[in-house]
Write a protein of this length. Structure first.
Lengths: 118, 112
C-alpha cells in the first residue's frame, strides 16, 4: 500500500529556516515526480513546488521562488523541502504528493504543520 | 497561471439528493497530446485530499459510482447522484495541463 509520511514541521520564527522531509513506501518512488502542496489554516490548496522523477527539473510557485528549495534522494525514497526566509504567510499544513494524472498513482501524505510566529 | 473558479462555494444538500459542482478554467485545458488534465479531489474534515476523478471523467479505483465528472474546454462538472453523509467535505478541481498546476478555491458540501 502506497504511503507518504512527512516530518519536520515545527514552530519557527520569521526569517528562519526549516526543512521538511517526506518518505515514500509501497510504490516505485524513483519513477514519480513529487510535489509539495500547502494549505493555510481554513484555506484552500496551494501548489508549492515539484521535482521530476530524476531530480533534474524543479519548478516553484512565485510565492516561494528564491526562498524554498525542493530536492530528493531516490536511494532513501525521500523528497525534501528546504524553506528559507520564512514569513508568517508561509504558515500552513504542507503535503507531499504525487499529484498524478494517471490511474492508481495519486498519493498524498498526512501533512506537516509549519507555523511561522515570533 | 491558469485561474480556476468553482461554483457554488458552499453547497448544502439533502441526503439522497443529487449535487453538482461547476469548475471553470481561465484557459482551455486540452494538452498537445489531446488529453484534458482536470482532476477532482475530495477533502473530508481532518483528512488529506483524495483524488476522485482524473482526466475529466475517469473515476479512481474505490470511488463510488455515484461520483461522475464531465466537461470539456473550460467548463467542467462534478456530480454526486445521491449524496451520502460520508460525502461531506470540500471538493477541489485542479488543472495539470498548464504549468504550474492550479487548484480551484473549493466547494464546501454539507448536509442540510
Amino acid at each position: 500500500q502506497a504511503q507518504l509520511v512527512e516530518s519536520g514541521g515545527s514552530v519557527v520564527q520569521p526569517g528562519r529556516s526549516l526543512r521538511l522531509s517526506c518518505t515514500a513506501s509501497g510504490f516505485n518512488f524513483s519513477s514519480y515526480g513529487m510535489h509539495w502542496v500547502r494549505q493555510a489554516p481554513v484555506k484552500g490548496l496551494e501548489w508549492v513546488a515539484v521535482i521530476s522523477f530524476d531530480g533534474r527539473n524543479k519548478y516553484y510557485a512565485d510565492s516561494v521562488k528564491g526562498r524554498f528549495v525542493i530536492s530528493r534522494d531516490n536511494s532513501k525514497n525521500t523528497v525534501y523541502l528546504e524553506m528559507n526566509s520564512l514569513r508568517r504567510d508561509d504558515t500552513a499544513l504542507y503535503y507531499c504528493a504525487t499529484v498524478s494524472t494517471t490511474p492508481f498513482s495519486d498519493y498524498w501524505g498526512q501533512g506537516a504543520l509549519v507555523t511561522v510566529s515570533s | 497561471d491558469v485561474v480556476m473558479t468553482q461554483s457554488p462555494l458552499s453547497l448544502p444538500v439533502t441526503l439522497g439528493q443529487p449535487a453538482s459542482i461547476s469548475c471553470r478554467s481561465g484557459q482551455g485545458l486540452v494538452y498537445k497530446d489531446g488529453n484534458t488534465y482536470l482532476n477532482w479531489y475530495q477533502q473530508r474534515p481532518g483528512q488529506s485530499p483524495r483524488r476522485l476523478i482524473y482526466k475529466v471523467s475517469s473515476r479512481d479505483s474505490g470511488v463510488p459510482d455515484r461520483f461522475s465528472g464531465s466537461g470539456s474546454g473550460t467548463d467542467f462538472t462534478l456530480k454526486i447522484s445521491r449524496v451520502e453523509a460520508e460525502d461531506v467535505g470540500i471538493y477541489y478541481c485542479m488543472q495539470a495541463t498548464h504549468w504550474p498546476p492550479t487548484f480551484g478555491p473549493g466547494t464546501k458540501v454539507d448536509i442540510k
